[in-house]
Design a binder for this molecule. Structure first.
Ligand code: C5P
Length: 210
């Protein structure tokens, strides 16, 4: 099955405050370059870029106002039977995790990488320590998330028609009524979100190919 990798890269990186995250540099390369190298094996890569940005030699679509709108544009442009949606904010692509994901997508049609919750998880109760949530029953959701393209396209079209907003694609497919398999991810595929994450990413970049 042909695999299209879809990279929503159109966020403004507001929590870091240094412009669009896709163009931040780690280990001498942009986050977008890291992702492109990690998925160099794919049959097709499509990137949603922020307005006004261009990258030569790439198949691109315009980014939307939200991540969901950016992914809508990406799925519309994709041609593979299977699509992997991956945030460029996760520069380190761990191949064995991708292989696990692809196997699950081929078997079930929809799957996402997840990792366990390492810390005690608690509800905040007006600034105080509230009820503890059983962390063993919860997972942190990573990307890539993989789907049969037709399924994801149907989910995006229906969510748009219903005016419903989701923060990731697995939610959207589940909302459509299709189960999403959980596949063991890898903590190195963390999302660069806050300024200190860049320091962690810089450290990991130094040992990435060694
Ligand atoms: O902001 P957050 O880190 O959740 O964004 C997740 C991913 O979605 C990032 O790779 C970002 O570039 C992308 N995004 C997008 N279009 C938007 C907002 C976010 O492609 N309008």
């Amino acid at each position: 099955m042909r695999v299209s990798v879809l990279l929503p890269a159109a966020g403004q990186g507001e929590r870091i405050g240094r412009g669009p995250k896709a163009f931040l540099r780690v280990g001498g390369k942009t986050l977008l370059d890291w992702a492109l190298e990690g998925f160099a094996w794919a049959d097709e890569v499509v990137v949603a870029l922020p307005p006004g940005f261009r990258v030569d030699g790439l198949k691109t679509v315009p980014g939307g106002q939200t991540r969901q709108q950016s992914v809508f544009n990406l799925v519309q442009a994709a041609t593979g039977e299977v699509v992997l949606v991956h945030d460029v904010a996760r520069p380190f692509v761990v191949r064995p995790a991708i292989e696990r994901l692809l196997q699950a997508v081929r078997a079930t049609g929809a799957a996402t990488l997840v990792v366990p919750v390492p810390d005690t998880l608690v509800r905040e109760d007006d600034g105080r320590y509230g009820g503890v949530i059983a962390r063993e029953h919860h997972r942190l959701v990573q990307t890539p998330q993989g789907f049969r393209r037709e399924l994801l396209w149907q989910a995006h079209q229906q969510a748009r028609a219903a005016g419903i907003a989701f923060t990731d694609d697995a939610q959207l497919v589940r909302w459509l009524g299709h189960p999403v398999a959980l596949v063991e991810g890898d903590r190195r595929m963390f999302k660069v979100t806050y300024p200190e994450d860049l320091i962690l990413a810089e450290g990991l970049a130094q040992v990435w190919n060694s």
